[in-house]
Write a protein that binds this ligand. Structure first.
Ligand code: PLP
Length: 309
């Protein structure tokens, strides 16, 4: 767990163009803030490496999309960029000994609908260290269980008020699913829809790979993710990795996927900005793919992903 003392906090505040630094170990939110009372808000979680946020534009664009989905007016992208720079500079000044190139930091952007009755959103940036568990799972891989999310794969289109493709603060269900998995001895979850489609993890996107020999004997590698319009969050990591993989000669595919497709894959991963690629070793106790091929493909995709800015 991250202690508040190790978190740098910057509020977006019109009176402070570069953001207003605040003490994360002291109370900072009003109890009537609708982020706290209703989970009414949105967020992004990004990785900074060596002082630079990876895929920043994609995250800011997705934050804008989430805001639009819930009719929330949020600060403009330049204000976010300035507050992020302030947070990273403050972290650097508090930890001058850390070598910039080794430094991995979580940069979180949060916006709520603000205090009840007030016209402005509450918006802040948090900078904190990356947790050890996620780093470890990049190496060891994870065991996952399949869980029913209870919506069909058309629900997002039919019922946009469910906000299924937005990154809202209402993550209590996602966290409950993770606790359920931990109680079963698993590390993570892959949700499926009530009509049997593979969706996403509670905090990650699902990827699978197939390797086939072409007629000429060369191997054809295909990277596949669930359909983006099936009520899942469009992952910035998946989007960036797909671009890099395509440039490196991989074929790409977008669902629909069923749980059996995961079991038949040569390798499966959960991908997200902070943990990056976590290889899936077992799903509901069944081994996935072959360990040597999984290792080889993971190394190749890790290299492609590391090259993304
Ligand atoms: N899907 C969900 C539900 C998530 O919460 C996340 C990230 O937290 C992702 C997918 C992966 O998104 P990204 O790759 O942009 O981190």
């Amino acid at each position: 767990m991250t202690s508040p003392a190790s978190v740098v906090l910057v509020f977006l505040d019109p009176a402070f163009p570069d953001g207003r630094l605040a003490d994360a170990s002291k109370p900072q939110l009003m109890v009537t803030d609708q982020g706290a009372t209703r989970g009414d808000g949105i967020f992004e979680t990004m990785l900074a490496v060596g002082g630079t946020v990876r895929k920043l534009q994609a995250h800011l664009d997705r934050l804008g999309g989430s805001a639009e989905a819930m009719d929330l007016r949020i600060p403009d992208q330049d204000a976010w960029r300035r507050a992020i720079a302030t947070g990273l500079a403050e972290h650097r000044s508090q930890h001058p000994a850390a070598s910039a190139s080794e430094d991995e930091l979580v940069v979180k952007l949060v916006v709520t609908r603000g205090v009840e009755g007030a016209p402005n959103p509450t918006a802040w940036v948090q900078v904190s260290p990356v947790g050890a568990a996620g780093r470890r799972q990049r190496e060891t891989g994870i065991d996952v269980i399949l869980l029913d999310r209870g919506y069909d794969s058309d629900a997002a289109e039919r019922a946009p008020w469910l906000l299924l493709g937005a990154k809202t603060l209402s993550y209590a269900v996602n966290m409950a699913a993770l606790r359920h998995a931990h109680k079963q001895g698993a590390d993570d979850v892959i949700f499926f829809s009530s009509d049997g489609r593979v969706l996403e993890g509670p905090t990650s996107t699902v990827l699978l790979a197939h390797v086939e020999k072409s007629d000429g004997g060369a191997s054809v590698k295909r990277l596949i993710t669930p359909q983006l319009d099936s009520g899942i969050l469009a992952g910035t990591s998946q989007g960036a990795l797909f671009n890099a993989a395509k440039a490196a000669g991989w074929e790409l595919g977008y669902g629909p996927l069923e749980p059996q497709d995961l079991l038949d894959a040569d390798a499966v991963w959960l991908i997200s900005s902070i943990r990056m690629l976590a290889p899936v070793n077992r799903i509901d106790g069944k081994e996935i793919g072959t360990p040597s091929l999984q290792k080889e493909l993971t190394a190749e995709l890790n290299e492609l992903f590391a090259g993304i800015q």
